[in-house]
Design a protein around this ligand. Structure first.
Ligand SMILES: [Ca+2]
Length: 136
């Protein structure tokens, strides 16, 4: 999990990432969003704070986990599998720099595309793969 976060493109603009863990169902009993139990945790000092419900990682600084109110806006890794285009990376993933991002538009497989995150508000998917096919 920690390596996934550190390798995410948006770590350059985000320090805090929602991990998808919470103890909403039962205070002090942390599970992933699909309800599965944890096999690993990387809590920071004094954590988890059981008065809060959602788990984040301070990815760029310590990499340690903390609990916070679930309504706060952070980048996230918990739903990277739903990245169907660059707009998902921009809006939900916190990605703000142009570059290559993996997307899975139809749920049938991942491929890399160039995302323009700076033109006209950002989040544009550049389908170089298809352009290449058209030109050749
Ligand atoms: Ca709690």
């Amino acid at each position: 999990m920690d390596e996934l976060i550190i390798s995410t493109p948006s770590v350059s603009v985000c320090d805090r990432f929602w991990l998808g863990g919470n103890d909403i169902a039962l205070n002090g009993n942390f599970t992933w969003t699909d309800g599965s139990a944890w096999g690993y945790a990387n809590w920071g000092p004094g954590q988890p704070d059981l008065t809060q419900q959602c788990v984040e990682s301070k990815a760029r600084t310590s990499g340690l986990w903390e609990t916070e109110p679930c309504g706060m806006e952070h980048c996230f890794v918990c739903a990277t599998y739903s990245m169907v285009d660059c707009k998902d990376w921009f809006v939900h993933g916190g990605a703000q720099t142009d570059g290559i991002y993996p997307i899975n538009p139809d749920g049938k497989g991942w491929f890399n595309v160039f995302c323009d995150m700076t033109t006209d508000g950002g989040g544009w998917t550049v389908f170089q793969r298809y352009l290449f096919k058209l030109l050749h």
